[in-house]
Design a protein around this ligand. Structure first.
Ligand code: PFF
Length: 446
């Protein structure tokens, strides 16, 4: 994407931002995290974090991006935080590459499932088949090959500069994915486990709130909103001057949470209907969804369409996260865009292959009790992104000139932004304090 490009319309800006936010994080990661962390308790914490930490931070990243028309490094530097850029920048790059690595593995599964659905080779007719089929499809060399293929497609899109094409396609395909999710939700209503599933997801059992639930929910909010690593800053730098940043932030958060909730409403009734365990972890959605398709008339078509759209949703997210390291290598290390894209892709390829092997030959290799796949996920979502958000909220809340912030939020006084004071309060106190306390809590110091 050309750094000085500007989205022509408000719709284009929102669609692209939502395109980055909506992806596997909503449909794959949210249900599995909610399943592992007790359902309702996780859900309520997640929503609180999205709206009390996520939306203010989205505003902060958008302001920094649009006000400086720069990537994460340039944005901090132009606003007088040259030293901070040297911490926040590399942290964002590392996080984006870690995420790209494990994300590509899961995106590779979507390609595999899409092709298996289209060729009719998916069989989920009984309750042991779901897991067995997943193991068949994701062990050995196959996931590695799909990861490599996915990263290659991502690479070609970036190198051929057809990002715009992907964005235009996603303007049509994302609403289609949304409609498909609504249709599956209606189908959930007729499942025998509907009441149990909904209960699990929406009834908060406050006794289940623990440090790991809080950390997991915060990590999920950051991951899902693509926050804390400079992605939304870069996208903010493409917004035109008439974009109402506060509204764009709120719209992104609302749509993103809606997709996650829809995914939960689809998955959990099926989990309870088919007597599966909500705590299956990263494999949950891939083991459960095919049962649902099997129940539907024309299941093969639904399944193919769904995995195809999920694959495209993953691509709009990986393209956005790749931009972070590419712009860094171009602007800070003075590489050509082509070389920068090759370097980022090679790093992600090495990481991706290691993550893919976590489900096969390296499944017994663990660090801190986690496989490489889970470690990359945990380190990026639960550690790097919240630290990035912590730095950003303090920087914008305390350091950045308040006139700059006000001008960005009101388009130089052209319209009102009535939530300026609450926003500042969140950025100065609430976000940093919440992130800090959750970290202390999770390392046992609170
Ligand atoms: N928000 C994306 C999702 O929920 O799938 C994942 C993501 C995209 C994370 C871009 C980080 C990022 F920079």
């Amino acid at each position: 994407m050309n750094e000085r490009a500007v989205f022509a319309t408000r719709f284009g800006a929102i669609a692209t931002t939502v395109g980055s936010a909506v992806g596997l994080g909503n449909i794959w990661r949210f249900p599995y995290e909610a399943g592992v962390h007790g359902g309702g308790a996780f859900m309520i914490c997640y929503l609180i974090f999205v709206f009390l930490i996520g939306v203010p931070l989205l505003c902060a990243e958008f302001c920094m991006g649009r006000g400086t028309r720069s990537n994460i490094f340039g944005a901090y530097r132009k606003l007088g935080g040259g030293r901070i850029a040297r911490v926040a920048g590399p942290l964002g790059i590392v996080a984006s590459l870690l995420i790209l690595s494990f994300y590509s593995v899961v995106a590779g599964w979507t390609v595999e499932y899409c092709i298996s659905s289209a060729t009719g080779s998916l069989d989920f007719s009984n309750t042991t088949a779901g897991h067995g089929q997943f193991v068949d499809l994701t062990t050995g060399w196959r996931p590695m090959i799909w990861t490599i293929i996915f990263l290659f497609i991502n690479f070609m899109i970036l190198i051929c500069g057809v990002t715009k094409g992907i964005e235009r396609a996603s303007n049509i395909l994302m609403p289609l994915l949304f409609l498909l999710l609504v249709a599956f939700c209606i189908n959930s209503f007729f499942m025998p486990g509907f009441a149990d599933g909904i209960n699990f997801l929406f009834t908060p059992d406050f006794s289940k709130i623990s440090s790991s639930v809080l950390l997991g929910a915060m990590g999920q909010a950051f991951f899902s909103l693509s926050l804390g690593l400079g992605c939304m800053m870069t996208y903010g730098s493409y917004f035109n001057d008439r974009n109402r940043l506060g509204r764009t932030a709120a719209t992104t958060a609302i749509l993103d949470s809606m997709v996650a909730i829809l995914a939960g409403v689809i998955i959990f009734p099926a989990v309870f209907s088919f007597d599966l365990s909500p705590e299956a972890g990263p494999t949950l959605v891939f083991e459960v969804l095919p049962y649902i398709f099997n129940q539907l008339p024309g299941g093969m078509i639904w399944s193919t369409l769904f995995f195809l759209l999920l694959f495209l949703a993953s691509l709009t997210s990986t393209v956005s996260m790749s931009e972070i390291s590419i712009t860094y290598f171009c602007e800070e290390k003075h590489m050509t865009r082509r070389n920068a894209t090759i370097l980022s892709s090679v790093i992600a390829l090495v990481g991706g292959v290691l993550c893919a092997m976590s489900f096969g030959p390296l499944s017994d290799f663990t660090i801190f009790g986690m496989t490489i796949f889970s470690l990359f996920d945990y380190l990026s979502s639960n550690i790097c992104l919240p630290i990035g958000g912590f730095i950003c909220s303090l920087f914008v809340g305390w350091w950045v000139d308040k006139k700059f912030l006000r001008d960005q939020l009101t388009d130089f006084g052209k319209f009102r932004f009535p939530l300026y004071r609450p926003l500042l309060l969140c950025l100065r106190w609430l976000c940093p304090a919440a992130i800090f306390l959750i970290f202390l809590n999770s390392i046992g110091l609170l």
